[in-house]
Ligand binder design. Structure first.
Ligand SMILES: Nc1ncnc2c1ncn2[C@@H]1O[C@H](COP(=O)(O)OP(=O)(O)OP(=O)(O)O)[C@@H](O)[C@H]1O
Ligand SMILES: [Mg+2]
Length: 261
């Protein structure tokens, strides 16, 4: 099962990705959680202790590994390098284990412009692609809103692209753009999580904007979520009955997504 979590900045992608990872893991699945957001913080969302989270070196900053695999120095343009570096051992070698979840922090993949054709980007893109195509665990990728670095083959192997939306037109516009771009590169299945819902009116507002079968679920706006983030406490360890019900519904909807291939 390959899940990618996207959406406008700040909508709750990392919160949702972290909780899903914990729900799958607590249910007995092997989980590989991939932090593909340059501003990585999935570690705290899955509840990794702060000292361990701080010690993680993202793949994008592992200069020796990048040099060894691509044959070129990272950050230096104009060099020859391998476009198909060996990456299949990287997830197991560099992921950190926490409560049944393997967490792999990728670091930033630059998109567009000159940043695209450098050795570190090539390594990261190949790695993400290899993970989505070949791993047999539940893979949950916390992405940024940009999905341009997903290639076609990779996109087609995503079983469900989860788009986190807040009640608001800007978040909605971003969701629509993501969906259009993702469809163009071959993503076939989408699910919406409505997050930070403050009342019935906001819930209905979102419900009116997506087909019912596309909505995986909604999460209320709750101080406990913000406070968990502020105090670096794993939200999954503090869920009350209401939140457990909301997330449980989202988890079950994700679990029953039809495989892409
Ligand atoms: N349902 C909610 N109720 C209250 N606060 C929430 C809720 N969901 C997320 N938040 C808070 O909103 C903030 C942003 O959440 P999060 O980091 O998960 O978003 P993101 O989409 O990953 O952001 P970024 O684009 O910066 O990566 C955090 O402080 C988080 O605790
Ligand atoms: Mg995030």
């Amino acid at each position: 099962m390959k899940l990618a979590v996207t959406g406008k900045g700040g909508t709750g992608k990392t919160t949702i990705a972290g909780l899903l990872a914990r729900f799958f893991a607590d249910d007995g699945f092997r989980v590989l959680a991939v932090d593909a957001d340059p501003d990585a913080n999935l570690a705290s969302a899955i509840g990794l202790p702060e000292d361990q989270a701080r010690a993680i070196v993202p793949i994008s900053q592992r200069r020796r590994l990048i040099k060894e695999r691509t044959g070129a120095q990272p950050g230096r343009p104009g060099q020859m390098f391998k476009v198909n570096p060996t990456v299949s051992d990287i997830a197991d070698a560099y992921a950190v284990d926490h409560r049944g979840i393997k967490l792999l922090v990728m670091g930033g993949i630059q998109t567009g412009g000159a940043g695209c054709a450098c050795p570190e980007n090539t390594l990261l893109r190949n790695l993400l692609s290899e993970i989505i195509l070949n791993r047999d665990e539940v893979v949950i990728v916390d992405m940024e809103a940009g999905i341009e670095h997903l290639g076609r083959a990779t996109s087609r192997a995503i079983d469900l692209m989860i788009i986190v939306v807040e009640p608001g037109s800007r978040s909605l516009d971003t969701a629509e753009t993501i969906m259009r771009l993702a469809r163009e590169i071959g993503v076939s299945s989408f699910g919406i999580v409505g997050n930070k819902i403050r009342n019935e009116e906001e819930k209905r507002w979102l419900e009116a904007r997506f087909p019912g079968d596309k909505i995986l679920g909604m999460v209320s706006d709750r101080d406990i979520i913000r406070e968990s983030d502020l105090n670096r406490i794993a939200l999954a360890d503090r869920l009350d009955d209401d939140l457990r019900k909301e997330f449980g519904a989202i988890y079950r909807a994700c679990k029953s997504a039809r495989p892409a291939r």
